[in-house]
Design a protein around this ligand. Sequence first.
Ligand code: MGD
Ligand code: MD1
Ligand code: SF4
Length: 899
Amino acid sequence: QTKDPMMQHEYSGWENYHREQWSWDKKTRGTHLLNCTGSCPHFVYTKNGVVMREEQSKDIPKLTGVPEYNPRGCNKGECAVDYQYGPHRIKYPLIRVGERGEGKWRRVSWDEALEYIANGIVDTIKEEASDCISVFTPVPAVAPVSFAAGHRFASLIGGHTHTFFDWYGDHPTGQTQVQGLQGDTCETADWFNGRTILMWGANSAQTRIPDAHFLQEAVLNGSKMYVISPDFNATATKADVFVGIKPGTDAALALGMVNVIVNENLHDIHNLKEQTDLPFLVRKDTKMYLRESDVVEGGSDAKFYTWDTKTKKPVLMKGSWGEEPEKKAKLQPGFMGRNTFTFPDGYLDLGDLDPALEGTYKVKLANGETVKVQPVFEVYKPKLKEYTPEKVSKITGVAPSVITQMARDFAKNKPSMIITGGGTNHWYWSDTVLRTFILLCAVTGNEGYNGTGVNHYVGQWKPTPLLGVVKLSFPYSPKKHRFCQTTLWTYYHGNVYDAMENEGIDTAKYLRESIESGQMPLYPQNGRDPKVFICYRGNWLNNAKGLDYVLRNLWPKMNLTVDMNFRMDSTALYSDVVLPSAHWYEKTDLSMTEEHSFIHMTEPAIKPMWESKPDWEIFALLAKKVGEVAKKKGFTRYFDEKFNIARDLTKLYDLQTDEGKLETDVQACQFILDNAPQTAGITLDMIRKEGPQRFKSNWTSPMKEGVPYVPLQNFIIKKKPWPTLTGREQFYIDHATFFEMGVELPVYKAPVDADQYPLRFNTPHSRYAIHSTWKDNILQLRLQRGGPMCEISPADAKARGIRDNDWVEVFNDHGRVIVRCKIRNGEQTGRVSMHHEPELYMDLIGDGSSQSPLPVRLNPTALVGNYAHLKFKPNYYGPGGVQRDARVEVRRYTGSVTV
Ligand code: MGD
Ligand code: MD1
Ligand code: SF4
């Protein structure tokens, strides 16, 4: 027997090196505060004041009957510490000395930098107006305290802040149209409960890394997963069936499935009658809903009828917009079109009523006229009949047998769910796509129960304790705050050419109507230009569609651009002043996501490095400096007529910190927890000691102990009205713009072909970066080709004489970007994808990013703001950033590049 020669060895000196690596003198809580949808709790280990490593905390409480969330993390998060110590770190305040984007800086003191910014702010208020000042900072679910810092500041000076959920293309516009909600989804543990799972336009194995295991576990447990995507993506490798669809044709596929389901009588008639507007009557003469005001003198124009098959009479449906709950709703939650939660349970119950879904009836109007009316379903039937599997197959490229099988599985092998993502949500007509997905669920009764629903995880959009975040962000109330709709702002001030005339759509006309009638807000008002732009926690120039228009037309309008960051990203590079922000392991903040139902925190493992400071502190210091500069300039007070507020800049610091009660980020965290019912009773200390805490309540369903959260139970199970015009899931929208666009009902609209180029341009999310973050991380770069690239099919490459790894130019009339080319078998012919795009600072050629060939395209349906639940509220309704509807050409690039 051989003896281990090392047995007797005493570890000392260098041999102890690795063992020492695994020891620490401090362990703190940490997470990564960016829009990755993960929100993974970590522990951070520190020794002698140096952060050694991070590791998943593995202490999310377990739910019952489903696999656990632990451990949660991804390849990027485990490199977070690199941004503390890496070469990217911004160490000191900087003021630009060269041209914007040139990268020439002067190191300055905090005092000088703040004075520079404060001068710009005070001069702008004095010479222009406070609404010329913009603050862009996204996603309150991630770091709500940092988020609130800039919103609070903007609120107090009368500036405006930007929407982001819509601008990022993440807002589920179709869900707001049908359900009157900003959105709500099941937490990902519930994926395990789906028996039929349609992974539709999302690539969870790559973009929901901490949660992808639930899908594989579901499949192992007998569930059937379809992956519907044009490319054979990472998630498709785990699918039972891969459905290779033509880009942008998903609505046709969904309607083909509905067609099969209805033809085979697999539809859930009770659900349609009780929960949807499909039995509501529509006038044949005007195509408008039959309203009480049509039938009764002095009747409401927001109460609607159905045809009762028992009494053979039109009967008013309960719960519509024209009805007030007995107990009046005090609060209007930001995620709902109206507050219907104070209606009693069971309000939508049909009782003896049997609404007709089909037929044509006659109704006598108040003016004595008799008109023909039909239920919405009857109006819809001829359209639905067009979507035969054979016809849909021609549009989508999916075989009729697959469409039929998928439809049967979805209707019969229940519970069934759709998981959807950017692949279907980033299109011009993504609203109609989502309406068809919701229809599929409503038609089969797959909503409101575990394992069901259309689940949309595009963006980390859900700050569950919303009230606390709102109170911290808007001290005068959100009603006294200027919210700027970012897509519209960029389109308008960037003077973007969208080429939509080629599609017969006059965007300018709809835009003018929307702005002039106050349906969508445009800031600054009174024809002024934006002058000051403060950006932090977001890389606006990297996520800006229409980048070339932005740099050419919008950016030069700014007298002052400021970025606060711990790394030099594209926006920082093009700024006048850059302020060093503390890293996630150097400050206190909270984190949450729609992907799970827990709140947790990050806290300082070490003090902010170099001269960096937490965002909360930076805005407090800026508030103080603005007060000082205002005094020096003798301009301290102004009257904000819009909100009737007398503003005094010398009081700004006291207001920003609420007289010292909100001086630190720790106080601000606790303020949020204390001021929302979902987190009442939870303290920061509890999170620190016990780990992530489950929300006490939630948005559209109750929380049940041990059970994964699913949304919509207040409507489906408790039968309260939906927050829409009709009080139901509303598929018919009788608004002029919807008629003009031909989308009063959910139909298939072909992707936009306004650009006369052969290839569709797809810009999905990368496995090796979270948006622009980590694109520059050496370890992530080593896991791939090491730089920006696009991917095309072998056939497209061959046709263009392109070899693997060639430099290519991806271009159209809007702009170009130059990257290397990867030839990928899994890519569909006719499309080019770019997962890894260059940032402006990567400077390969010196111009362009993936946003250069993408104009900003506003869909007129999202400019509507005068239709009951379709109205502007920040991140609730407004035009989205359309980033898939562009066509490009790719050709070899033979000029010189700097690598
Ligand atoms: P994408 O990656 O844009 O969306 O991530 P996802 O929701 O997964 O696209 C998903 C798939 O849809 C791709 O395979 C794409 O080719 C396909 N697709 C494209 N066009 C179509 C189409 O017309 N029809 C169908 N059916 N499929 C199509 C985005 C999500 O990821 C978001 S929004 C955020 S905020 C997070 N970002 C992020 C990240 O940047 N990096 C990583 N690693 N994870 C992330 N998670 C989140
Ligand atoms: P964002 O994140 O927020 O700028 O971009 C998100 C955006 O890309 C999103 S969510 C979507 S879905 C979108 N997708 C998309 C697409 O698929 N295709 C196309 N063509 N366009 C698209 N457009 C949008 P990013 O890039 O990670 O930048 C975050 C920056 O914030 C810094 N940072 C911090 N800064 C401060 N002050 N404090 C912090 O705590 C902090 N944490 C991160 C970070 O360094 C980075 O520069
Ligand atoms: Fe961090 Fe997000 Fe990755 Fe989770 S998914 S480890 S929070 S970067």
